[in-house]
Structures are given as structure tokens and as C-alpha cells.
Design a binder for this molecule. Structure first.
Ligand code: TYD
Ligand code: MG
Length: 455
């Protein structure tokens, strides 16, 4: 395309094909104003003849039809919920996670139902041999006739076969190990990963194939992995959890077809991933009775209330600056809450090491867990347990006030469902509670809460 260059005065708009100063401004004010280069591409040919296709173009808001998307269930309830009610045809779903967390296992299990609903399913294994995948399938009891396995890393070859195979669901395991031969960079490089994903997006959309990509992340997210793809794909799910513990949490961090922040909880067993329909019970399973420093909070994951056990350990610092270690909660938030506890409630933590952890590898990033963090730290410091049958809910402000939280009724329902006796809630929320399912006590300040639970 030919690019025209012009030089323009930024003060009066005078344009010239040559560089220099503006003669108009010089005449008018005597000032020497430099002309600034402007590049302008000529309009592409035929632009004036383009018209919108029939049925497209502007139309009244009320006439816009919302396409729910053509969804297919994987029949793994936890996965279907995180996807927003099954997988949408023609969508691109990225499943990210550490190596060994269970991504291949999950997708192989999903392929079982997909091969009934969207046959055939093409599983491209670019990491393991077809025999290895077959062994895993045997272990999982997946014996789908309409599941095609292909050990191939060349994405161009896969693309060339699509017309023959006509898959309706496609699994690429993993996006880091496939490559396009026309690109010079190595598989797994940013350029390859991005280009391969873009190509798969076009394939998914144009052929209406439900496509899953597996992407590995390292602990520091350093390699060209899911992060560079997040804006490209429709849905990003992260599979998290401690490799050494059995539970796994599947989390939607982006979803064009559903809500984010939904979680699905699984347990890795001998025969693959097993759904954990009641995550609260799971996170609380090993809770110690009457142990100082342990507090149960009700966190909201998307629309789903989940009870978590918060643990704090406060111990005199051996030397130097006291340590603050936080797992499963926000470090800065905990630092603020400890300062509030010290200043507003007079709990001296300045010479104490503080460790905060969410048991079972859960995450308590919501402000509603604030009061729980404060109470856990205070409970450990005083070496006095918080009653085991009470759940704590509330955001804590800098003046030590306990503030209202969203979704209180949903949280209380979960608390009742799990057999807890009572809940400590923000005093300001008490009035709006009609007929709470458990005994509720309102607290207005941190001091108030400490007095109620630790005196
Ligand atoms: P995998 O799906 O291969 O992880 P990823 O694809 O994310 O790298 O699963 C890895 C781990 O799961 C592996 O350590 C073995 C374990 N596993 C089980 O415990 N039970 C099973 O039934 C399967 C298939 C795997
Ligand atoms: Mg794998």
C-alpha cells in the first residue's frame, strides 16, 4: 500500500509536501513553527462500495437477539458450572495450571461425554505418546469409540486433516508443544504460542468446534504460557492446588460465556478426578477443635459461598524484623489488618512473627474475611481458642470498624447447611436480616468482636 506523507503546521493547519517551517505563521506572527510529518495511508480500494451484509448493521437494542450459545455438557458437573453451563460450540477454552496438576486427566474425562454429544472428538497429544494417553484412558475407564487420539506436534498438519476428520470437539494438549512450521521461533516461544492460539481460534470459530487448549504455567508464570493467551481466548480456567495434596480447584478467571470467579473443586483419586460437590465440608474436614488461631470464615466464590478455615500463628520474633508470612490471603491486606489490631485493639504485634494460612489451600481474598484474619491473629496471640461452632463475617476498616459485606444471606445459608450454630456479622447488617437461619450476633468494631469471642 502506498503511503502518502505530508507536513502540517500544528498551529494553523497549513500543509506542505516538503518539510520546513510554516510560511503562514511566519507571515502572521514572525514565529518559526516547524511542520510536523504526517503519514496517511490512502483508503483501500473499493471501500466506498462496501455495504453491510443483510441483517447486520445498527438496530434497536430491543431487537438484538442474545445468543445463549449452543452448549454441550461435559457431564462433569464442576467443570460445566465453571464453564457457565457446559462448553459453547465454536469457543476456545484455555485450561492453565502447573504441570502435573491434572489438566490432561480432566480433559480426557470430559472427552468421554463430549464424544457422545459432539462426535468425533479429536485429542491432539503433543506431549505424550498416544499409548501413554491410552493407558491413562484405561485407568480412567474412558473407552469412547468416537474419541480420536493423535500424537502430533505440527499444527499445520492437524489443520490440514480437519476436513477429513470433521471433529466437533478438539483438545490440544498442550499449546506450548504444538508449533507452526512457517514460524522460525521454537515451540513454546511467545510468537509460536500466540500464533498457534490465533490459528486455533479461527478454526474454532469458522468450523464451530468446541476447542480446549492446555497451557502450562510455571510458578513465576515466566514461560510463554497462558498469560499471553488470556486476551485471545474466550474462556480461561486455572486449575490450581497443591500437587502433593489431593484437592484441586478449577477457577474461571475469564469467561465470555459465563460468570468468572466460579470454582469447581476436585479430588485426585486412583481413577482420576472426582468431583467435590461440597467444598466447604472439604476445606473444613481437618479442622482442629478448640485450637487457638483457627477461625472459620464464609467467603463468596462467584455466587457460591464457601466456608474456609483461617489459621494464624503469632509467636515472639527471635531476632530482627518480625516476619509476616501469608498463604492464601492478600499480604498487604493482612499487614493492614495486623496494624489495625495493634492500634485499635491494643494487641501488641510489633515484636511478633505472624503467619497466616488458609487451610486446605483455599483462598480468602475477599474483604469479608478481614474480621476472620483479625480474630485468628488475636486468638493465637492470646492463646485462646475461638468457639468452634461460630463463623465470622465482616470487612474491617482502618478505624477498626466492622463493615457490611455483600451476599450475607447466601453465606448464612451455607453456615446453617454445614451445621454451625452461630455467626458473627457486621452490626450494620443485622437490621436487614429477616429470619436468619443461624443465630447472628452483630459487632460494630474489632474490639467488640474480640470481647465477644475471646473474653
Ligand atoms: P495429568 O493430568 O497428567 O497432569 P497435567 O496434564 O496437568 O500435567 O495428571 C498428573 C498427576 O495426576 C500425575 O501425577 C498422576 C496423577 N493421577 C492420579 O493420581 N490418578 C489418576 O487417575 C490419574 C490419571 C493421574
Ligand atoms: Mg498433561
Amino acid at each position: 500500500m502506498r503511503v502518502r506523507t505530508a507536513y502540517r503546521c500544528q498551529q494553523c493547519g497549513f500543509a506542505s509536501p516538503k518539510a520546513g517551517t510554516c510560511p503562514d505563521c511566519k507571515r502572521a506572527t514572525g514565529e518559526l513553527v516547524p511542520l510536523v510529518e504526517e503519514r496517511e495511508a490512502p483508503p483501500p480500494r473499493g471501500l466506498h462500495r462496501r455495504i453491510a451484509a443483510p441483517g447486520t448493521g445498527p438496530r434497536p437494542l430491543k431487537d438484538v437477539v442474545v445468543e445463549r450459545g449452543d452448549r454441550t455438557l461435559t457431564r462433569i458437573g464442576e467443570l460445566d458450572r465453571v464453564l457457565g453451563g457446559g462448553v459453547v460450540r465454536g469457543s476456545l477454552v484455555l485450561i492453565g495450571g502447573d504441570p502435573g496438576i491434572g489438566k490432561s486427566t480432566l480433559l480426557l474425562q470430559a472427552a468421554r461425554a463430549l464424544s457422545d454429544a459432539l462426535p468425533p472428538v479429536l485429542y491432539v497429544t503433543a506431549e505424550e505418546s498416544a499409548a501413554q494417553v491410552k493407558l491413562r484412558a484405561d485407568r480412567l475407564g474412558v473407552a469412547a469409540a468416537e474419541l480420536l487420539l493423535w500424537a502430533e506436534t505440527d499444527l499445520a498438519l492437524v489443520e490440514a486433516e480437519l476436513d477429513r476428520v470433521q471433529p466437533r470437539a478438539l483438545i490440544i494438549d498442550s499449546i506450548q508443544t504444538v508449533f507452526l512450521p512457517q514460524l522460525e521461533s521454537a515451540p513454546g516461544s511467545v510468537a509460536q504460542v500466540r500464533e498457534c492460539a490465533a490459528r486455533l481460534m479461527t478454526i474454532a470459530k469458522s468450523r464451530g468446534i468446541a476447542t480446549f487448549l492446555v497451557g502450562h504455567v510455571t510458578k513465576d508464570g515466566a514461560i510463554a504460557g497462558p498469560r499471553v493467551l488470556e486476551h485471545l481466548v474466550d474462556t480461561v480456567l486455572y486449575f490450581e492446588g497443591d500437587q502433593h495434596a489431593a484437592y484441586r480447584v478449577l477457577r474461571a478467571v475469564k469467561n465470555r460465556f459465563g460468570s468468572t470467579n466460579e470454582i469447581g473443586v476436585f479430588r485426585m483419586a486412583d481413577r482420576g478426578l472426582v468431583e467435590v460437590p461440597n467444598p466447604s465440608g472439604f476445606f473444613l474436614a481437618e479442622r482442629p477443635k478448640d485450637a487457638p488461631g483457627s477461625v472459620v470464615v464464609a467467603s463468596l466464590e462467584g455466587t457460591r459461598p464457601v466456608l474456609l478455615e483461617l489459621q494464624a500463628l503469632v509467636a515472639p520474633a527471635a531476632f530482627g524484623t518480625p516476619r509476616r508470612t501469608v498463604l492464601g490471603a492478600d499480604y498487604n491486606r493482612v499487614a493492614v489488618l495486623l496494624a489495625v489490631l495493634e492500634k485499635r485493639a491494643g494487641v501488641p504485634l510489633g515484636n511478633q512473627d505472624v503467619f497466616v494460612n488458609v487451610a486446605g489451600g483455599g483462598r480468602a481474598l475477599e474483604p469479608a474475611a478481614d474480621l476472620g484474619i483479625v480474630l485468628a491473629a488475636a486468638s493465637s496471640f492470646m492463646d485462646r481458642p475461638v468457639a468452634g461452632d461460630i463463623v465470622v463475617i465482616g470487612e474491617v476498616g482502618l478505624t477498626g470498624e466492622v463493615r457490611a459485606v455483600s451476599g450475607l444471606e447466601a453465606r448464612l445459608k451455607e453456615i446453617a447447611a454445614l451445621g454451625f450454630r452461630a455467626a458473627l456479622v457486621p452490626a450494620s447488617s443485622l437490621a436487614e436480616l429477616r429470619d436468619p437461619p443461624v443465630e447472628t450476633t452483630g459487632v460494630a468494631t474489632v474490639t467488640d468482636a474480640l470481647r465477644r469471642l475471646l473474653d
